[in-house]
Design a protein around this ligand. Structure first.
Ligand code: SF4
Length: 318
């Protein structure tokens, strides 16, 4: 049985200007220990998908519907208290901007210790020792000394490690990592990704890795889902997606980034921009930017078809 099973998830925001379908009927599953990459341009609904599963979408204006089964439990029917417990103990999330997620007036040791204390019944010296172990686990050097540092005294990479330590303090079965390395420079980015890989091996956590960066996805994920304008447009193993993309949007994403595994060609950014979710084009949402678009694409929305072997695509060409 999958650890996470999501069916027909819709997250719509009711605003003064109309209903924004940020996530519009997505289905997927995640197995224990697997890393699923969720990729797409900013605003396509990747983060909202994760926040919806974590129960962190403010309501109103947000409304989440569909079915989310986590380890056999129906997440959308849980009370706020049960949801908090689930979030604290079994699911966790790390965000892109480590500085804004940390409390500037508490030391990092206090913040990691507090996260551990919420999940484990330990205090005093034991708590301090456990905190130092966690700091060591995520590669914070000289943890006894760093324990008393404040967030502003740390580099961006170290702050991200602090957040990862806090997220892992409950040994989550599922970790959402939302652009975990985007705000960091390239070397530190590689270290954080290496750390996540190591943790996946060490504690068998399933990871949903959200990124606009195909390089990061290629490096980390087993399977990838491509999202566009609130919908899934393609799903495949990393290998299939990178070597044989079936959706024109995926093809466009791949042509717009440099590839180490292919001869150097001129990069071709996708023309146009992401559509306004309040005013989506009729038919396939991607049609104004798609060089393969034909009449039916402008009239009817394609459905996400299963092609077998874990591949799904929504395009009239397939
Ligand atoms: Fe392009 Fe049509 Fe496929 Fe949409 S359905 S991606 S417009 S070919």
């Amino acid at each position: 049985m999958a650890l996470l099973e999501v069916n027909n998830l819709k997250t719509h925001f009711h605003t003064a200007k109309g209903i924004v379908p940020a996530v519009d009927g997505v289905d997927f599953s995640v197995s224990q220990g697997e890393t699923l990459g969720l990729v797409g341009e900013s605003g396509c609904g990747k983060s909202v998908t994760a926040l919806s599963i974590m129960g962190l979408v403010p309501s109103p204006p947000g409304k989440v519907t569909g079915k989310i089964l986590f380890d056999g439990r129906d997440v959308l029917s849980l009370s706020e208290k049960e949801m908090r417990r689930l979030r604290g103990n079994e699911m966790a999330m790390i965000f892109q901007e480590p500085m804004s997620a940390l409390n500037p007036v508490l030391t990092i040791g206090e913040q990691i210790a507090e996260a551990i204390r919420l999940h484990q019944d330990i205090e005093g010296r034991d708590l301090e020792e456990r905190t130092i172990d966690m700091m060591q686990l995520v590669g914070i050097s000289m943890p006894e000394k760093r324990f008393r540092d404040y967030p502003h005294q740390l580099s961006g990479g170290m702050r991200q490690r602090v957040l990862i330590a806090m997220a892992l303090s409950c040994n989550p079965k599922l970790l959402f990592a939302d652009e975990p390395s985007t705000a960091l420079d390239v070397t530190i980015q590689a270290q954080i990704l290496e750390l996540l890989k190591q943790l996946r091996t060490d504690i068998d956590t399933a990871i949903v890795l959200i990124s606009h960066d195909l390089g990061v996805i290629a490096e980390m994920a087993d399977r990838v889902i491509v999202m566009y304008a609130g919908k899934f447009v393609e799903e495949a193993s990393v290998n299939d997606l990178f070597h044989n993309p079936l959706h024109p949007y995926t093809e466009g994403l791949l042509l717009s980034v440099p590839r180490l595994d292919k001869p150097v060609k001129r990069l071709r950014p996708i023309t146009g921009s992401v559509p306004d979710l309040l005013d989506l084009p009729a038919g396939c949402s991607f049609h104004p930017r798609c060089s393969y678009a034909k009449d039916i694409c402008r009239q009817q929305s394609p459905i996400l078809k299963s092609l077998g072997a874990g591949r799904r695509v929504s395009c009239w060409l397939r």
